[in-house]
Structure formats: structure tokens, C-alpha cells
Design a protein around this ligand. Structure first.
Ligand SMILES: C[S@@+](CC[C@H](N)C(=O)[O-])C[C@H]1O[C@@H](n2cnc3c(N)ncnc32)[C@H](O)[C@@H]1O
Length: 257
């Protein structure tokens, strides 16, 4: 989970050295994106899809390729949007992928303009229920929202995991709480899917931890970068030890007609 901030300079140098150029900036995989996508019904090539907090765009280009529709990819950081455009070009979907630099809390789109609002590993920035409530207006009636949200899988997590996440993401809920929050925000629950452990490691934690470990000797332990690197490595270690206690879950939701 990336730290939060509103401009690139609010992140220490080592953060960008660790993260730039990774295929994904959070847990996920094409396989899981495909499973969630199979739960929604889209109007083929006419589909308008919004991908919020797209990062480097692995899921953006996959959505464009799989659906044949148009995907608008939004992120706060220009460097990620450049990576999205590059990836879209490589995959031959650049004509159906557009990028918009914007804050997910104040999106510059008309109401009811998307058949599907997608967001992997990013709604935590607003908070699950706040994000769902804020984004609903952009969905056409009868359209869908599919988001992944980090979720407790057990009622009695270990002290290590619960202390870490209480600090890192105090809003992290259980499956039942998130289903209730989605209904409260005015959606019907279409389906859910729990990301498997390999989705955390293959394209995210494994390449990231290799980079963070090699960056560590370059920064004094008490510098902002040194502290940030150790905090990210701690998150990865907590998952290695306790990854059976929580995961990202895809919540696939529908805005009623
Ligand atoms: C954990 S990453 C997930 C990225 C991508 N969806 C993926 O799974 O690879 C969260 C993304 O949200 C973006 N982000 C952070 N704050 C944001 C904001 N206020 N508005 C829009 N995007 C934001 C970050 O730049 C980052 O790309």
C-alpha cells in the first residue's frame, strides 16, 4: 500500500526509486481482473470505463484489450500516466485509452457517463465507503463499480498484523462491514473475489522488496527515505508472516436502474 500525499515532492526520493517502473503498484493480476470483469455486463465496443488510481496501468490496458471499449485512466501522478500511455502503445490499445491527471476526490467527469468504474488498490485513499459514495454519480443507472479493498479475512488477527494495519489503514474493515458499506452507499452487491496470495507477490511485493532492499544502504536510517523504506519492508514482512489474515477483495457492485 503506497503512502498518501498530494504531490510528487511529498514522497521521499527513495519512494520513487523503489516504485517507478514496476508493472503494478499494488496487489493484483490479469487473472483476477478477468474474474471480476466476468461478473459485469457491458455494451461491447460502446463501453465507457473509468479506471481510478490507475498507477502504471496494467489493469487499464487489460480492460481495454478484453472489453474492446474505451478506458479513461485517472491518476494524481503524471509519471504513472506516462507509463500507462507507453503500455497502451505496446499492447496496441492506445486509441482506446486516454489518461487524465486528477484527484479521485474531485473528478472532472459528467454524471452518468461510465458503464463501469474500476479501481484496484486505490479506494483506500478516500476510504471504502466515501469513495463508493463519491463515485456513484459517474456510473450510468444499471452500470457497475468494481474495486479492490484490503479486508480482514479473520475475526481474530494476530497482534503484529492488527497493530501494523491499525496504524497504516485504520479504516480497514471486515468482509461483512464492507458489504454493508457498499449497500449503504446505494449499490447492489453483484459478486466478490478474494485475491490469492500470489497476486501480492508476483508483480508487486517481490520486485518491490528487491528494490527496497538494494536502496536501503544508500540512506541514513533516520532520514525520511530510510524510515520510509523500512516501513514498506515491514509491510511486506507482515504480509509474509500473516498474509492469511487479510487480503484485497474485489467488490463488484451495481448501481440500481
Ligand atoms: C496502490 S496504487 C494502485 C495502482 C494501480 N491501480 C495498480 O493496482 O497497479 C494507488 C494509486 O493511486 C494513485 N493516487 C494516490 N492518490 C490519489 C488521488 N488523490 N487521486 C488519484 N489517484 C491517486 C497513486 O498514484 C497510485 O497510482
Amino acid at each position: 500500500m503506497a503512502p498518501m500525499g498530494t504531490d510528487e515532492l511529498s514522497f521521499p526520493e527513495a519512494f520513487w526509486k523503489g516504485h517507478t517502473g514496476l508493472r503494478r503498484q499494488g496487489p493484483g493480476s490479469d487473472r483476477s481482473t478477468k474474474i471480476a470483469l466476468s461478473m459485469v455486463d457491458l455494451p461491447g465496443k460502446e463501453a465507457e470505463i473509468l479506471d481510478i488510481g490507475c498507477g502504471p496501468g496494467a489493469q487499464t490496458v487489460f480492460l481495454a484489450a478484453e472489453t474492446g471499449g474505451r478506458v479513461t485512466a485517472v491518476d494524481l501522478f503524471a509519471r504513472f500516466l506516462e507509463e500507462v500511455r507507453e503500455r497502451a502503445g505496446e499492447l496496441g490499445v492506445a486509441d482506446r485509452v486516454s489518461t487524465v491527471r486528477a484527484d479521485m476526490g474531485s473528478l472532472p467527469f459528467d454524471d452518468k457517463s461510465f458503464d463501469l468504474v474500476w479501481s484496484e488498490g486505490a479506494i483506500y485513499i478516500m476510504g471504502f465507503q466515501s469513495g463508493l459514495s463519491a463515485w456513484k454519480r459517474f456510473v450510468k443507472p444499471g452500470g457497475y463499480v468494481a474495486v479492490t479493498e484490503i479486508t480482514w479475512l479473520v475475526d481474530d488477527p494476530s497482534d503484529d498484523a492488527s497493530l501494523f494495519w491499525k496504524e497504516a489503514y485504520p479504516g480497514m474493515g471486515t468482509f461483512a462491514e464492507n458489504c454493508a458499506a457498499a449497500r449503504e452507499a446505494g449499490y447492489q452487491l453483484v459478486g466478490t473475489y478474494t485475491l490469492p496470495r500470489e497476486d501480492w507477490w508476483t508483480d508487486y511485493y517481490r520486485p518491490l522488496s528487491n528494490r527496497l532492499t538494494s536502496l536501503l544502504p544508500s540512506y541514513p536510517p533516520d532520514s525520511e527515505s530510510g524510515v520510509g523504506l523500512r516501513e514498506e519492508l515491514k509491510e511486506i514482512e507482515i504480509h509474509r508472516l500473516h498474509g492469511n489474515e487479510y487480503s484485497y477483495i474485489f467488490y463488484v457492485l451495481r448501481r440500481p436502474e
